[in-house]
Ligand binder design. Structure first.
Ligand code: NAD
Length: 428
């Protein structure tokens, strides 16, 4: 694929992502004095499947896409991880993301391993019917390695509950067995879990409130800025506002919106819901700010919940928040992370802060296998238990090892995965 001059190629970005996952593993391995053989084992995906995905777009026009499924580790349980449809999907990226899923499941103590999949395709160039055919053919191609006891996909970039419903249908038709437990993130009508859509944002809000409590900040006195007003950002803002925090700034791709006395979040959600592109654009009564200004606001808590790499060494100096909770994946770059930590800013890392989604995915898998579905309050109560336990362990590990919460999260995860593998022993 041709790349624009000066722009990193997709595979270069994928290499970066995998290298960064490997660096984080190496640093945790060093901290816990991990056996070098175990380190090599954890640095390598257990299984990689590359498939060709032919799709008859219309009569006589056959297109062929490349699909991937990587299982990084099944040491603690079946693989778990999303499927993305994006033109930049490549093997290095899928390997890196699969490894991160291993750590995310381990840090929250889910009995699951890490996996990821994807197809290099731009689904916006296809009709819905073509995407359905692509999904079903890709599912048939990876069927030998997925299943409720092997590897359980979920939605990711450009895939959603419809994609998951098509996967359930394909597996059911090909095996002759109704198979809702093969994926999570399904529609509730097909065995999806109540509370799954809100789970990530609720988890982000929960850890934000817990960290505030530890730092002696009452929610009623807390000023919060949230970047991104999609699934994660809007649910986080709503939950924090309900807990009594003052949300003084929100933003989306249309820009930032601020109000020193607090924003009416349910109204903002209603406004975005009615906007043709689901944006905050035109929301009345607020001052317009830029996304950069939002990041530099004088707030107690900043929640970047939009994109990766938004807080860098270039703008970290301007950040005035005392607590940063990473709603998005990778919003704070490595350099900025070090600088902010040196300044005493508490950063709750993504693999902990936004793990609520995978925790409720685990609940969905449990419910689908049991064929018994929980009420919403049950899901929310258990989500809190998992998030609290993970957060307490990460923060106490950061004290023990005198390291950042991010390093501590990797230490907890690598320790748990390596101990499970050691207890099983290397087969045969
Ligand atoms: P989403 O598509 O629902 O929302 C993204 C939001 O970011 C939108 O409001 C969009 O307008 C805004 N945005 C885009 N570009 C922006 C920019 N330049 N400046 C400011 N805002 C901008 O996505 P989401 O599901 O809320 O995911 C957000 C982040 O959280 C991603 O990094 C995702 O990988 C991560 N994440 C999501 C989940 C989940 O369950 N949805 C779980 C874990 C991690």
């Amino acid at each position: 694929m041709a790349t624009q001059l000066g722009m990193p190629s997709a595979s270069h970005a994928g290499d970066e992502l995998r290298d960064s996952a490997l660096r984080q593993l190496a640093s945790a391995a060093k901290a816990i004095n991990l056996d070098p053989g175990m380190h090599r084992f954890l640095a390598t995906p257990e299984r990689t499947l590359i498939v060709s995905v032919p799709v008859m777009l219309e009569e006589g026009r056959l297109e062929v896409y490349t699909g991937y499924r990587v299982q990084h580790s099944t040491g603690r349980g079946p693989g778990k991880g999303g499927i993305r449809f994006h033109p930049d999907v490549n093997l290095a990226e899928v390997e890196g993301l699969a490894m991160l899923m291993t750590w995310k499941c381990a840090v929250t103590d889910l009995p699951l391993g890490g996996a990821k999949g994807g197809v290099a395709v731009d689904p916006r160039k296809l009709t819905r019917r073509q995407v359905e055919r692509l999904t079903k053919r890709y599912t048939a191609a990876i069927l030998p390695i997925i299943g409720p006891e092997k590897d359980i996909p979920a939605p990711d970039v450009n895939t959603d509950e419809s994609t998951m419903a098509w996967i359930v249908d394909t597996v059911t038709m090909m095996t002759g067995q109704h198979s809702p437990a093969v994926v999570t993130g399904k529609p509730v009508e097909l065995g999806g879990s109540r509370g799954r859509t809100e789970a990530t944002g609720r988890g982000v809000a929960f850890v934000a409130l817990e960290v505030m409590k530890r730092e002696g900040k009452r929610p009623a006195d807390a000023r919060v800025a949230v970047q991104g007003f999609g699934n994660v950002g809007s649910v986080t803002a709503k939950a924090l506002a309900e807990a009594g925090c003052k949300i003084v700034a929100i933003s989306d791709v249309s820009g930032g919106y601020a109000a020193p006395n607090g924003i009416d979040i349910p109204k903002a959600i209603e406004h975005a819901r009615k906007h043709p592109q689901r944006l905050l654009e035109g929301f009345p009564g607020l001052s317009k700010i830029s996304n950069d200004e939002l990041l530099a606001m004088d707030v107690d808590v900043l929640v970047p919940a939009a994109l990766e790499g938004v807080i860098t060494s270039a703008n970290a100096g301007a950040v005035r928040a005392k607590i940063i909770v990473e709603g998005a994946n990778g919003p704070v770059t490595g350099d900025a992370d070090r600088e902010l930590n040196n300044r005493g800013v508490t950063i709750v890392p993504d693999i902990l802060a936004n793990a609520g989604g995978v925790v409720v995915s685990y609940f969905e898998w449990v419910q689908s296998r049991a064929g018994f579905y929980w009420e919403l309050d049950e899901v929310e109560r258990r989500l809190e238990i998992y998030m609290r336990r993970a957060m307490e362990l990460v923060l106490s590990t950061a004290k023990t090892y005198d390291c950042t919460a991010r390093e501590a999260a990797f230490i907890v995860a690598v320790q748990r995965v390596s101990q499970a593998i050691e207890k099983r022993g290397i087969f045969p």
